[in-house]
Design a protein around this ligand. Structure first.
Ligand code: UD1
Ligand code: UDP
Length: 370
């Protein structure tokens, strides 16, 4: 049996194609949720919209732990208990991405000599101040199978001495998730109407949640100062970390500006619909950089580096950091320079053909690790 670990919003979305594939071919799996994300709008809504079964185990870690160590430690304890109970049936545990849930799942499994498969392996920002970079490196080095989305991510793994025979370039499961859900989003989502927006490109989407941005007051403040200068409607589904830090730094009032519509995080269908119809996206999210590239939406990344350099090479994404002038200049270039906007929108998708989930499950079956 395959163990599938999820904990946060992006893991639920990016593991969904693997779960769907298991269901399709009748393969038994054990879905384990650490509960790192727990609010309805960060968790349950995705199970409902992506039509995923309820997890077989739920750890409810999120609300209890606030520090990196406590959160990861509690998850390891809880996951180890589950793995011990299921050890006879579990042939491999799959973890996704770079969160504390990913690290805890991989560590708890490998110490019990259960095989580990890392979905979305080999991404590197080369910035070890990011908790995600530490998680990625550690998980890659204790995994038996590494499912790299692109050649570049495979090369990162090879550069670190990981044997080639353990690495498979599969594409990123986010493409599968988009292809599967975009048509449904177009049919079902009412978000454009609900927010009184016109369909085509009359607004910017903003997402913001990176620890190195919102937990650092001057960086968070710089971004808000830049937003003030943008004379164009901005839709901002605010991440709970960001809301919490805005409150702590007394920045909520500053976010109260005419052009900015601050809303609760939205479900996947609404987000796809919002993103697909936007003029451009401002973000520090990993997944949103990929989705913007795939959906041909110009992306400006509010970070100094990215572990998704493919999006930059394709011309779909620019790093603008948190420098107010740079942000405003690039937004204005996309809004006013049609040729530049077109070149960003014409970028190719480097993340595969939407069959990554099928490929990953196929590899497990071929190895008889299911
Ligand atoms: C985590 C991941 C990050 C990922 C992001 C996806 C780590 C180190 N970070 O960051 O890589 O990009 O998820 O969104 O694993 N909160 C709620 N409700 C929730 C979830 C969180 O209110 O459902 C609040 C809590 O106050 C919590 C804070 O947000 O303390 C941060 O949540 P946490 O899961 O620790 O980190 P994220 O910033 O979400
Ligand atoms: N997303 C969503 N609703 C929102 C904001 C984002 O469904 O209000 C989705 C988005 O489509 C993407 C994922 O959440 O697939 C990205 O998650 P996040 O930015 O939290 O994490 P990261 O990708 O940076 O780890």
């Amino acid at each position: 049996m395959i163990g599938i670990i999820v904990g946060t919003r992006p893991e639920i979305i990016k593991m969904s194609p693997i779960i769907v594939e298991c269901e399709k071919i009748g393969l038994e799996y054990l879905l384990i949720h650490t509960g790192q994300h727990y609010s309805y709008s960060m968790d349950k809504i995705f199970f409902e919209e992506l039509e995923l079964p309820a997890p077989h185990y739920m750890l409810n870690i999120g609300q209890k732990c606030s520090t990196q160590g406590a959160q990861t430690g509690e998850m390891i304890i809880g996951l180890e208990r589950i793995f011990l109970k299921e050890i006879k049936a579990l042939k491999i545990v799959l973890v996704e991405g770079d969160t504390n849930s990913t690290l805890a799942g991989a560590l708890a499994a490998v110490k019990l000599h259960i095989k580990v498969g890392h979905v979305e392996a080999g991404l590197r920002s080369f910035d070890r101040k990011m908790p995600e970079e530490i998680n990625r490196i550690l998980v890659d080095h204790i995994s038996n199978l590494l499912f790299a989305p692109t050649q570049k991510s495979e090369q990162n793994l090879l550069n670190e001495g990981i044997p080639k025979e353990n690495i498979f370039i599969t594409g990123n499961t986010i493409v599968d998730a988009i292809y599967r859900n975009l048509k449904i989003a177009k049919r079902k989502s009412k978000i454009i109407k609900e927010l009184n927006l016109r369909e085509e490109g009359e607004y910017i989407v903003l997402t913001l949640h990176r620890q190195e941005n919102v937990d650092v007051q001057h960086r968070f403040n710089n971004i808000i100062e830049a937003l003030k200068e943008i004379d164009f409607p901005i839709i901002f589904p605010i991440h709970p970390r960001t809301k919490k830090m805005a409150y702590k730094f007394n920045l909520l009032k500053k976010l109260d500006m005419g052009q900015l519509n601050l809303i609760e995080p939205v479900g996947y269908l609404d987000f796809l619909k919002l993103l697909e119809n936007s003029k451009l996206v401002l973000t520090d999210s990993g997944g949103v950089q990929e989705e913007a590239n795939i959906l041909n939406v110009p992306c400006l990344t509010l970070r100094d580096n990215t572990e998704r350099p493919e999006t930059i090479e394709m011309g779909a994404n620019y790093l603008v950091g948190v420098d107010k002038n740079k942000i405003v200049e690039m937004v204005s270039k996309i809004l006013n320079d049609k040729e530049f906007e077109r070149s960003m929108k014409n970028a190719m998708n480097p993340f595969g053909d939407g069959r990554a989930g099928e490929r990953i499950v196929g590899i497990l079956i071929k190895r008889d690790w299911v």
